[in-house]
Design a protein around this ligand. Structure first.
Ligand code: ADP
Ligand code: MG
Length: 306
């Protein structure tokens, strides 16, 4: 019998914990803690793993901005580099638990709309803070900058919505043929279509929204988003905070519109799950530490189509 398809989104804490610098060893050792769960899930499901790349692409960007000896790669190429790096770390971690496990890593391009309003209002800060005297030179590169008082200027890029997973056929082909497919890392490499060709653009796609789109395009049975909290809270951060163990999609939409879940963190996770359950699947948000329980629906927040 064919195994159900599970798309599992790993939050930033799978790779880096608070206070860590992001060395190779730190990231590998964090993934080693997750690897046994990934292997166990791969026995029950056709497993696709997605992941964030914020700190990794940030560090890569810092490195290449700190020298003029080598030409800097555009941001979309940096996303591609971090997809491969993190895919490699997942291979190492999984194979150190089971040397025979087959892990496929797919550099994944994700189509965005060049008319997406996000392109007119870049909001996602990336890279280092620059001093005032570099401002003009940076603007001449076509960069949008924001001024952060006391720290300097920082580049901001658009965060457009994912429209289509370009490499979906490759991912589908691999499903069930390997133990684990790593795809759409960092929300995917953003590309636009121009004159019948795909072109990379400097933007950052939200990894949760991209994971949801990937899950829908695959016709996945379950979407699980793992992060560094127990699940979705009402009144998060306040003394009366309450963990929601079940959440109706319609209720979630109401709470989203009332601003209960902030953009950039819990907002896109809830939105990603709403979109997925509306298309008929099961979705949950929970703690990375309890990956198996979240998948089994006994920990975290279960999103329901009601
Ligand atoms: P990830 O790397 O997993 O995407 P994020 O930092 O983007 O992690 O999102 C998880 C964070 O969302 C939590 O650490 C928490 O601080 C924040 N958060 C904001 N609102 C809520 C909420 N209503 N319930 C739970 N967590 C929330
Ligand atoms: Mg996030």
């Amino acid at each position: 019998m064919k195994k159900p398809v599970l798309v599992l989104a790993l939050g930033g804490n799978a790779l880096l914990r608070r206070g860590e610098r992001g060395t190779f060893e730190e990231q590998l050792s964090n993934l080693l803690r997750v690897a046994p769960s990934l292997l166990e899930l791969s026995r029950e499901y056709q497993l696709v793993v997605t992941h964030g790349n914020g700190p990794q692409v940030g560090n890569l960007y810092l490195q290449q901005e700190s020298t003029s000896e080598a030409p800097p790669m555009p941001l979309h190429a940096c996303v591609a580099m971090t997809q491969s790096l993190i895919g490699y770390l997942i291979q190492l971690a999984v194979n150190s638990v089971d040397p025979g496990a087959r892990v496929a890593v797919v550099p994944t391009r994700v189509l965005v709309d060049p008319e997406d309003p996000a392109f007119r209002r870049p909001m996602k800060p990336i890279g280092p803070y620059y001093p005032e005297h570099l401002r003009e030179a940076l603007a001449a590169r076509g960069w949008e900058l924001v001024h952060v008082p006391g720290r300097g200027y920082r580049r901001v890029v658009p965060s457009p919505r994912p429209k289509r997973i370009v490499d979906i056929d490759v991912i589908r082909e691999l499903l069930g043929r390997v133990d684990l497919v790593v795809a759409a890392g960092g929300g995917g490499i953003p590309v636009v279509e121009r004159g019948g060709r795909l072109e990379g653009v400097d933007a950052v796609i939200d990894k949760d929204l991209a994971s949801s789109l990937l899950a829908r395009e695959l016709g996945a049975d379950i979407l699980v988003i793992l992060t560094d909290v127990e699940g979705v809270y009402l009144n998060y951060g306040r003394p009366d905070a309450r963990l929601l163990t079940r959440l109706c999609a319609s209720e979630a939409e109401r709470l989203l519109s009332e601003g209960h879940f902030p953009p950039g963190t819990m907002g896109p996770k809830v939105e990603a799950c709403v979109e997925f359950v509306r298309s008929g699947g099961r979705a949950a948000i929970g703690s990375l530490e309890r990956a198996l329980e979240v998948v089994r629906g006994v920990s975290g927040t279960l999103l329901e189509n009601c």
